[in-house]
Write a protein that binds this ligand. Structure first.
Ligand code: SF4
Ligand code: SF4
Length: 220
């Protein structure tokens, strides 16, 4: 088992825990490690850290471990953990915040396919105000090349025949308003990132803000 040097965490770690708690709207220090969240999580068997362990990493200010974990990308935002928590810790929101931070600060994403899926989903919503499945599938296949580009092709054809996949994306009446929301969110995110960098708490080698030019990145 890896030995962690907690004495090195210091103020930066406290500020990380405080930021996560503030952005998630929850008191991360309320967690007393009962494990009810992990026991109820439908995806815990795939995670490198259990949800309760992620809470502990946050409390201890172990930012790198938390932001590099596969857990934050595998989390399906089902909120089972949050509803089970006897201390009313909003764990699903903490996962959301950690994902956004990881993207914003350019951390390597362990579950790349999931990140590509999120980006494509949000890009289609940013474009037309609603999801566009065929665009998402094509974007996902291109974004995850060379991994299995033809996988599930037969399923795709069946869905097309059944009319479940549309060639032309549907758009809501006021798609411009949705684009405006995405654009404002990008502005806020970039301003936050610039502020963090100015305060010296941002990444040393960030890959840019979490929102790509054509849309946004995050969790649906
Ligand atoms: S259920 Fe709540 S208190 Fe228990 S380990 Fe999970 S976050 Fe902590
Ligand atoms: S929200 Fe995420 S961490 Fe919580 S139970 Fe669902 S999948 Fe697990």
């Amino acid at each position: 088992m890896e030995v962690l040097n907690l004495t090195a965490v210091g103020e930066a770690g406290k500020s990380f825990a405080a930021r996560v708690g503030a952005e998630a709207g929850t008191d991360v220090y309320s967690c007393y490690q009962c494990g009810k969240c992990s026991a109820g999580c439908p995806l815990s068997y795939e995670m490198d850290f259990q949800p309760r362990q992620i809470m502990r990493l946050v409390q201890l200010g172990l930012k790198d471990l938390a932001l590099k974990s596969s857990t934050i990308w595998l989390c399906a935002s089902c909120a089972t953990c949050t509803t089970r928590c006897p201390r009313e810790v909003k764990i699903a929101s903490v996962m959301d915040v950690l994902r956004a931070m990881a993207r914003r600060e350019g951390y390597p994403i362990k579950e790349k396919g999931i990140a590509v899926f999120h980006r494509n989903f949000l890009n289609t919503v940013a474009f037309g105000g609603r999801s566009y499945e065929l665009g998402m599938i094509l974007g996902y296949k291109l974004g995850t090349l060379p991994a299995q580009p033809l996988k599930d092709l037969d399923l795709g054809f069946t869905w097309l025949q059944q009319g479940k996949l549309k060639f032309i994306p549907e758009r809501i009446k006021d798609a411009a308003a949705i684009r405006e929301i995405f654009s404002k969110t990008r502005e806020i995110e970039q301003a936050d990132l610039a502020k963090e960098r100015a305060q010296g708490s941002g990444p040393e080698t960030g890959h840019g803000a979490g929102l790509p030019a054509g849309g946004t990145e995050g969790h649906s």
